[in-house]
Design a binder for this molecule. Structure first.
Ligand SMILES: Cc1cc2nc3c(=O)[nH]c(=O)nc-3n(C[C@H](O)[C@H](O)[C@H](O)COP(=O)(O)OP(=O)(O)OC[C@H]3O[C@@H](n4cnc5c(N)ncnc54)[C@H](O)[C@@H]3O)c2cc1C
Length: 612
């Protein structure tokens, strides 16, 4: 689909194809994927966009009101940890996994010679987030994360679990989960107290302790951290274990095996643990989050003893980027709902999108979504390059540089997009007016579900500290500044000159700030870490959007030049009297190309501030 989009043909952001309508995702996924892969995958993305826009969107709303329930005891008082899911959620699971959302990036899909890159998984997850926001998106992300960890660290002894985590057939599928948080430590994972002891007779490790936040509680491929006897304190003493829901003596408890029982699986088919309760949450109803007590629970060691935290860090890189991709998908849905409503709703005799303030609102929501998605997919590009390098055993320096850069970009992507998703969904609710606050409309769920994004997988403060760590330990500043310079060097179109100058000046200041913090005492560095993370996002995104805008201009499309200009003006330029008196009517002049994708002539984007 090209040309202008008429949003008034829709009644709401439903019963449409999210892939076809999302030109931002199309552009970014094409940019970060090898051409051959993108061409091959595009029809699958389009099919998935259709399914998410119809059945999965309907199911998500239903499950939000009829979420999973826990039945800890059977009718005879025996523990059976049974989580009852509505049929609609099972249907969504089947549709998503059989579309290859996880499988295609880990196992060779039929018709190909190799698996797709990880970027494909992130694109599919983004599409799923249009409807499943952070609910069922969470189990999918943890399934991919657990597969990623086993691919990297398992010596083959857990191959059955890996095959099931990456299965594209529902009957053979299991899902992943990660149990880190204990009462005394979510951010402070080194405070974990759960113990692991080897049981010679049984031939398993046995875990004892309590996990306080366990999403996808009954997953068969749960990864948990625990401390082996005589292990040192802190993160260095943690090992990683795979803790199945079923009794591992009985084999892997796949979806097919679960369904083969008449009713809930009997106690003897299950591992020894106790699901105390599910949490009553603000949102993310579509995933059961509970508290688990391990009591001699059977577990398999994953990778090396004492390497649990390091291994979990690899999973966290993927989870944080998944969080960012789903934040972008949620923003995309919120922007879509807002555009549709604003074209159809009449107030004071006119569609509300015609009012100047609403034009500015919609332009800025669209620009935020573009900025968040561009940054996130650039981080994903580097994650993918590193993983592709590992899979092909390429020892090029570029792979190492991608890793260092990804270590910086992933926490920043998660931190900023989570905040932007909350702002965008909150404003989408307001654009819907009073109805937006009512559960009959999706906007209330979008905001409730977005609110978890800054909390799990590392809060904003913890991520800001991770940014300092990436700069210090991975020396990520060097590839970071080199990449910004590359972006800026690629831009020479006169329509971008003024914007480039602003970014260059802020880039210079950012480099100074990074150098100053590297020399500062720890207390001061921590005090400034969050501001630094946001500054990194703004400057990097400004330069990236400019480089992308240059490419689009070369192809005769000026829209992204406008997006870059608006983003940089808003986030990086100095303005007098907060811009109130500068006479700028950008949001009115360029509303149609930015919000409705109306084609725009190159001359129209040259203004008096641009180069001669
Ligand atoms: C819906 C939901 C599902 C979840 N699912 C899972 C799951 O499946 N698995 C799992 O392991 N966990 C899960 N969590 C837990 C989540 O990851 C933690 O709650 C989160 O990491 C914060 O940990 P905490 O709750 O212990 O808060 P704390 O660590 O006590 O943090 C409290 C506050 O202190 C701040 N803080 C802490 N340390 C510092 C510091 N050094 N400097 C500055 N500020 C600091 C934090 O930013 C935060 O604002 C889930 C949480 C929610 C809400």
């Amino acid at each position: 689909m090209t040309g202008q989009i008429d949003y008034s043909q829709y009644e709401r952001g439903r019963y449409c194809n999210y892939w076809d309508l999302d030109r931002t995702l199309q552009r970014e996924l094409r940019r970060v994927s090898p051409d051959e892969e993108f061409e091959w995958a595009e029809p699958r993305l389009a099919d998935f966009g259709e399914v998410v826009g119809h059945t999965i969107a309907d199911n998500a709303d239903y499950v939000d009101r009829h979420g999973p329930e826990l039945d800890t005891y059977d009718r005879n008082g025996n523990v059976h940890n049974y989580v009852e899911y509505p049929a609609e959620l099972h249907e969504t699971e089947r549709l998503a996994y059989e579309s290859g959302i996880v499988a295609d990036s880990f196992q060779t899909p039929p018709g190909r010679k190799t698996p797709l890159s990880h970027s494909h998984y992130f694109g599919m997850l983004y599409l799923l987030a249009y409807a499943e926001t952070s609910g069922f998106v969470c189990p999918v992300a943890m399934t991919a994360g657990a597969a990623h960890v086993l691919e990297l660290f398992d010596d083959g002894s857990l191959a059955e679990y890996y095959e099931a985590l990456t299965s594209r057939e529902y009957e053979h599928l299991i899902e992943g989960a990660m149990f880190l948080t204990e009462k005394q430590g979510g951010s402070d994972v080194g405070a974990n107290e759960t113990r692991a002891e080897y049981d010679d007779e049984a031939g398993y490790w046995r875990l004892t302790g309590e996990k306080w936040f366990c999403s996808n509680i009954d997953a068969e491929g749960t990864l948990a951290l625990a401390r082996t006897p005589d292990a040192p304190d802190g993160t260095a003493g943690l090992s990683m274990f795979l803790v199945p829901h079923g009794d591992p003596d009985e084999g892997v408890l796949t979806r097919g095996r679960r369904e083969s029982f008449d009713g809930p699986p009997p106690g003897e088919a299950l591992n020894d643990q106790y699901y105390r309760r599910l949490k009553e949450k603000l949102g993310t109803t579509n995933v059961p989050t509970g508290e688990v007590e391990f009591d001699g629970t059977k577990a398999h060691l994953v990778g090396e003893k004492g390497q649990g935290f390091k291994q979990m860090a690899e999973m966290l890189n993927l989870e944080r980027l998944s969080n960012a991709a789903s934040a972008c998908g949620i923003m995309a849905r919120a922007v879509l709902e807002s555009k549709i409503h604003a074209t159809n709703r009449v107030a004071f005799g006119r569609p509300i999108e015609e009012f100047p303030l609403m034009r500015a609102d919609l332009v800025d929501m669209a620009v935020d979504h573009e900025a968040a998605t561009a940054f996130t997919f650039e981080a994903i590009r580097h994650f993918t390059a590193r993983e592709r390098g590992r899979r092909t055993e390429t020892e090029e320096e570029s792979v190492e540089r991608s890793y260092r850069l990804m270590r910086l970009l992933a926490p920043v992507a998660k931190l900023r997009t989570a905040r932007m998703a909350i702002e965008t969904t909150s404003y989408a609710m307001e654009i819907r007016g009073g109805d937006g606050y009512v559960d009959d409309f999706v906007t209330s769920r979008l905001l409730r579900d977005a609110q978890v994004l800054p909390i799990w997988e590392g809060t904003e403060n913890i991520l800001a500290l991770d940014v300092l760590r990436a700069l210090d330990r991975e020396a990520a500043g060097e590839p970071f500044t080199a990449e910004i310079q590359e972006f800026l060097d690629s831009v020479d179109h006169p329509a971008l000159t003024g914007t480039v100058e602003t970014v260059e000046s802020e880039f210079h200041s950012l480099v100074g700030a990074m150098a100053a913090l590297a020399e500062a005492d720890e207390e001061y560095a921590q005090l400034s870490a969050k501001r630094l993370a946001h500054y990194i996002f703004d400057v990097f995104t400004g330069a990236l959007l400019l480089a992308e805008a240059q490419e689009q201009l070369d192809n005769g499309d000026a829209r992204l030049a406008l997006v870059a200009r608006r983003f940089v003006e808003r986030e990086l330029a100095d303005s007098e009297a907060r811009g109130i008196t500068d006479g700028d009517r950008f949001a009115i002049e360029f509303f149609e190309p930015i919000v409705h994708f109306e084609p725009i002539a190159l001359e129209a984007v040259l203004d008096e501030n641009d180069g001669e």
